[in-house]
Write a protein that binds this ligand. Structure first.
Ligand code: Z5A
Length: 211
């Protein structure tokens, strides 16, 4: 049986890394074989593209170049990792995927959705995640949490307005398709965040068992 494809999304500092560790433990506890991967990245070539995308540089990166690099890495990632793993029956847990493109390039960079939809169809066909968790925190709180970390990358240098556009895009994507998306209130204490995540995963698994 084909594996399930789960993605985790959110703005800066929402706690994806922290909660992915929790989800991995949940998958292990439920005896589910899985791989954990990320975007941009996930294969040697796509990780090289990630370096190019995140590094700070004097040359301005135009939005179309940024968008195409996101999808170039994604095409490679799907072909080399995601599809083969799902086909073997393994679950794929992915830190960010195409919803990040709608949120960051579509809304953050104000490119709109049309071009992204076309590229999504070209690169993915009708392949979409089975479940997407959107970790949501007010932008200021996320930036404060993220600010405690090391050197900011090219995205982390963006202004609050940019991240507010990104956040609202995520919330609107999720509200328009509650079947696939679950918004997690990640502003709460970690144990409450993880209770919401566990509830979501338990009902997803239950639905899967019920066919
Ligand atoms: N990007 C894009 O533009 N378009 C695309 O299509 C894709 C990506 C796929 C890199 O992504 C950039 O790529 C990203 C969007 C762009 N740029 N930004 N911003 P990334 O996912 O690799 O980078 P990131 O967003 O910086 O994620 P991260 O490193 O995983 O950070 P995080 O989600 O914030 O996770 P964290 O390190 O677990 O949490 C941050 C801190 O908060 C940490 O100190 C935790 O201990 C703390 N924390 C976590 N939860 C809590 C709670 N509940 N209470 C208190 N403190 C907490």
């Amino acid at each position: 049986m084909r594996g399930k494809f789960i993605t985790i999304e959110g703005t800066e500092g929402v706690g994806k890394t922290t909660n992915i560790a929790f989800i991995k433990q949940w998958l292990d506890d439920n005896g589910i074989s899985f791989i954990n991967t990320r975007e941009p990245g996930g294969t040697p070539l796509a990780e090289e593209i990630r370096q190019v995308l995140l590094s700070n540089r004097d040359e301005k990166v135009c939005s179309k170049a940024e968008l195409l690099m996101m999808f170039a890495g994604r095409a490679q990632h799907i072909d080399q990792v995601i599809e083969p793993q799902l086909a073997q029956g393994n679950w794929v847990l992915c830190d960010r995927f195409t919803d990040a493109t709608y949120a960051y390039q579509g809304a953050g960079r104000e490119m709109g959705d049309d071009l992204i939809k076309d590229l999504e169809t070209m690169v993915q066909g009708d392949m979409r995640p089975d479940l997407t968790l959107i970790l949501d925190v007010p932008v200021e709180l996320g930036l404060e949490r993220a600010g405690k970390r090391s050197e900011p990358d090219r995205f982390e240098l963006e202004k609050t307005d940019f991240f507010n556009r990104v956040r609202h895009a995520y919330l609107s994507i999720a509200t328009n398709n509650p079947q696939r998306y679950k918004i997690i209130d990640a502003s709460q204490a970690l144990e409450h965040v993880q209770l919401q995540i566990a509830d979501t995963l338990n009902s997803f698994l239950q639905k899967d068992h019920n066919g």
